[in-house]
Write a protein that binds this ligand. Structure first.
Ligand code: CMC
Length: 428
């Protein structure tokens, strides 16, 4: 038997079709030769939410959802979280290989020297309402960067792509911190080139009147690990938005804005914010069983639980739990942790969650850590967007260089009315 081919028999006509199998996949376009009737242009697949459709070939990250495995460019997330730092991991994700010392120094130097933004950006941010959601501010200011870098439209030019990639990785923390400072009514803090990527982010967030901001090394490292964990996650909703918008050859600033907008939703990057609001609403460990009851009745979802791909413990959640302990030693214990632990304990024993393979995901604990670090709840999706930018950019580049790719344009099943004649207003 030829295992590289699928034989499909159309029982209505008796015709047989040979469909090649490559990488465990048949090409949807190969189904086109099968017609459902004489008029039909060819069989299609129906896959809302892309639950069983590979839209690209990728070499960036690998997930085995049943075994709870995540790797960037082949390296296990656990090893990167232990030995690497965010900027080195960002290099790996963008270039495919870990840098040598010289490459690493150059990369750090280049990113550090692109962290400043044009002064006019501050004027946009000033225009937002005092209680504007920082994710809304981030989405629109990153789109606005497109108007500053006209060369960004040259998406077929490798050197131009590299410049925008450096700028985007470097400037996202600056835009994020400006959004926060604006909401607090505090003056913006320019980047400090002597600090690490995450140390500088903390500086731009929290520096007050001191001449030099000194980040707490434990919190700086914890943030670095959190950024590593969020750097890429193959074809999720926001990455799909980045690839889809980028496939029209739009510039990477507006494509990143689209990806960030996709991330904003509570089922994706907005989940960390939703988890914290849920924990606050539950209020105490005693109220946990009542909340679980509501989840099981279908009234609410248990935020921070479940994943399209992971049907096992999210490996990122396991690492985050460890970081939480280190952070709490510095900041004091977040009282919401007890509620989260109790929710997890009950859920992992309950058949409702076990039978649906619902486990804590990366966002179940990240918010508790961010809150302990004095980062306000509505900044949480922004904290996700900063590191994920590198994944979006690597996937965007991969999409542009992939000769299989075309402008993203799904098909539909039309179920609307057949042709009918216009009825004048007086006759309706
Ligand atoms: N609480 C309660 N029930 C759930 C949950 C949940 N969090 N997640 C899934 N289910 C149930 C769902 O009701 C369905 O049950 P049934 O078969 O009886 O209808 C079953 O589990 C399958 O769920 P689904 O909605 O078909 O699964 P999906 O793959 O479409 O959704 C998900 C994945 C992440 C959107 C979903 O699990 C969810 O809404 N989780 C809460 C939000 C969340 O934490 N999102 C963060 C994801 S991780 C960070 C990121 O990468 O964005």
């Amino acid at each position: 038997m030829d295992t590289s081919r699928l034989t499909v028999t159309d029982h209505r006509t008796g015709k047989q079709y040979e469909l090649p199998i490559e990488n465990g996949t048949i090409r949807a376009i190969d189904l086109r030769q099968i017609k459902t009737d004489a008029e039909d242009f060819g069989l299609m697949t129906y896959d809302p939410g892309f639950t069983n459709t590979a839209a690209c070939k990728s070499r960036v990250s690998y997930i085995d959802g049943d075994r709870g495995i995540l790797r960037y460019r082949g390296y296990p997330i656990e090893e990167l979280a232990e030995h690497s730092d965010y900027l080195e991991t960002a290099y790996l994700i963008v270039h495919g290989e870990l840098p040598n010392r010289r490459q690493r120094d150059e990369w750090e130097q280049e990113i550090t020297h692109h962290t400043m933004v044009h002064e006019n950006i501050k004027k946009f941010v000033d225009g937002y309402h005092y209680d504007a959601h920082p994710m809304g501010m981030l989405v629109s200011t990153v789109a606005a960067l497109s108007t500053f870098y006209r060369g960004a439209k040259s998406v077929r030019d490798a050197a131009a792509r590299r410049r925008q990639t450096l700028r985007l990785i470097a400037k996202m923390p600056t835009l994020a911190a400006f959004a926060y400072r604006h909401s607090m009514g505090w003056p913006y803090v320019n980047p400090d080139n002597e600090l690490s990527f995450t140390g500088n982010f903390l500086n731009m967030m929290f520096k007050m009147t001191e001449l030099k901001y000194k980040p707490n090394p434990v919190l700086e490292r914890a943030l670095d690990v959190l950024f590593i964990l969020h750097a890429d996650h193959e074809q999720n909703c926001s990455t799909n938005a980045m690839r889809s918008v980028g496939s029209s050859l739009a510039d990477p600033y507006v494509a990143t804005a689209a990806a960030a907008a996709a991330l904003y939703g509570p089922l994706h990057g907005g989940a960390n914010e939703a988890v914290l609001r849920m924990l606050e609403q539950i209020g105490s460990v005693d109220n946990v069983p009542a909340h679980i009851k509501r989840v099981k009745a279908g009234d609410v979802r248990l935020m921070g639980f479940g994943h399209r791909i992971y049907k096992n413990y999210d490996p990122r959640a396991r690492i985050i739990k460890k970081i939480a302990e280190q952070v709490f030693e510095v900041t004091g214990r977040n009282r919401l942790l007890d509620i989260a632990l109790e929710l997890e304990r009950i859920a992992l024993e309950d058949d409702f969650f076990v039978s649906r393979k619902l486990y804590p995901n990366v966002d179940f604990y990240s918010g508790i850590i961010y809150q302990a670090m004095a980062i306000p709840i509505d900044m949480f999706p922004v904290m996700f967007a900063i590191p994920r930018t590198v994944g979006w950019l690597a996937q965007w580049e991969e999409m542009l260089l992939d000769t299989d790719q075309k402008i993203a344009r799904p098909r539909q099943i039309y179920l609307g009315p057949d042709q009918r004649s216009y009825v004048p207003l007086t006759k309706r």
